[in-house]
Design a binder for this molecule. Structure first.
Ligand SMILES: NC(=O)c1ccc[n+]([C@@H]2O[C@H](COP(=O)([O-])OP(=O)(O)OC[C@H]3O[C@@H](n4cnc5c(N)ncnc54)[C@H](O)[C@@H]3O)[C@@H](O)[C@H]2O)c1
Length: 337
């Protein structure tokens, strides 16, 4: 039996991770801490709230005193840090909270790991730390040793955290791993992000806003495949190592939007081109050879199957989506306590 601290589990990827792991490993204990920012949604955790191996704690990872108290009480074996401010557009509007949560929050967690001892600290990072690749060089990919080269306050904060994690390994011998994943999509995705936003707008026959010319390329990975990769790294990865995660599913934003419209039987005339995001990265593309060869990871979904599963989930979970859109999800705590 092992005890896991999972931070940011009321968010998109952390929530999917908990759904899978709490059921897959009934003998392990999972404690989730989440500050419940606008991106945290307790309705995401409802399916596992009553599981005997799951516990939720409403807390901020930057609250050192509370984090230390939790470590002292719980004796964690593993810490997996999903908690972050994660939306690039918001980081352009207001960088400060990104630096606080993404960098200082990471520091607090690792200090607690040093003080109380753990088997492994895992940092959930992103392909965005590598910056972008040119659109006319499809032969280029991000490798684990590609230099850090960030574009937005979001990616700069994630890259800073990664450097700090590696420094804690080198200086304090903290057993750490880092995963850097490409863009995720799937169930429980907050509808401010491209795929769920476009699905919702298409369902309502509203205009689908596409940045610039829509030719920016992202490498899409189904969220369950990301979660399985993290599970492998945490249990079998090597200390001090970075692992890239991606499924070679590069699509332009326009291709993604057209796929959604086609699947929902909606016309392409709903597409509306809007002013580009400042500093918009052109292309992300991951080389996942290391995790494939070293840990035997393989994604179960490609984009064609993953997008069908995602659209189906969105159609079947309109109540969850509508609660997010109306803000109703933020009343969960009031309704239950
Ligand atoms: N979404 C992607 O495509 C993607 C891809 C690669 C990596 N990542 C990384 O994966 C992680 C999770 O991303 P996501 O898309 O699930 O994000 P999300 O925004 O959906 O969820 C983040 C969660 O963290 C919580 N949180 C924020 N600040 C906190 C704080 N100070 N203390 C405690 N909890 C706090 C929020 O309430 C929310 O529940 C992030 O670290 C992100 O950088 C995301």
């Amino acid at each position: 039996m092992a005890k896991f601290l999972v931070t940011g589990g009321a968010g998109f990827i952390g929530g999917n991770f908990l759904h899978i792991m709490v059921n897959r490993y009934p003998n392990d204990q999972y404690v989730c801490i989440d500050a419940l920012t606008y991106a945290g949604n307790m309705e995401t955790l409802e399916p596992i709230m009553n599981k005997p191996n799951f516990k939720f704690v409403h807390e901020d990872i930057t609250n050192r005193e509370a984090v230390y108290k939790l470590f002292e009480e719980e004796h964690f074996d593993y810490v997996i840090n999903f908690a972050a401010e994660s939306h690039v557009d918001r980081s352009i509007e207001n960088p400060e909270v990104f630096l606080k949560t993404n960098i200082l929050g990471t520091q607090v967690l690792m200090d607690a790991c040093r003080k109380y001892g753990i088997k492994r600290y895992h940092q959930v990072s992103t392909d965005e730390v590598y910056g972008d690749l040119p659109l006319d060089r499809p032969d280029l990919f991000f490798h684990e040793d590609t230099p850090i080269h960030t574009s937005s306050p979001y990616s700069a904060s994630k890259a800073s955290a990664d450097l700090l994690v590696l420094a804690y390994h080198r200086t304090f011998h903290l057993p750490v791993t880092i995963s850097r994943c490409s863009n995720n999509y799937g169930p429980y995705h907050f509808p401010e992000k491209l795929i769920p936003l476009m699905i919702q707008k298409a369902l309502r026959n509203e205009k689908l806003p596409v940045y610039g010319n829509g030719l920016n390329v992202r490498d899409w990975l189904y969220v369950g495949d990301h979660c399985n990769a993290i599970d492998l790294i945490v249990r079998k990865g090597r200390d001090g190592e970075v692992y890239n995660i991606g499924g070679h599913n590069e699509k332009t934003n326009l291709e993604v939007v057209k796929t959604i419209l086609k699947a929902l039987g909606k016309p392409e005339s709903l597409i509306e081109y809007v002013k580009d995001r400042p500093g918009h990265d052109l292309r992300y593309a991951m080389d996942p050879t290391k995790i494939e060869t070293e840990l035997g990871w393989k994604p179960e979904h490609n984009f064609d199957t993953g997008i069908v599963a995602t659209i189906k989930w969105n159609l079947e979970n309109q109540e969850w989506l509508k609660h997010v859109e109306s803000g109703e999800y933020q009343n969960w705590m009031k309704r239950h306590y």
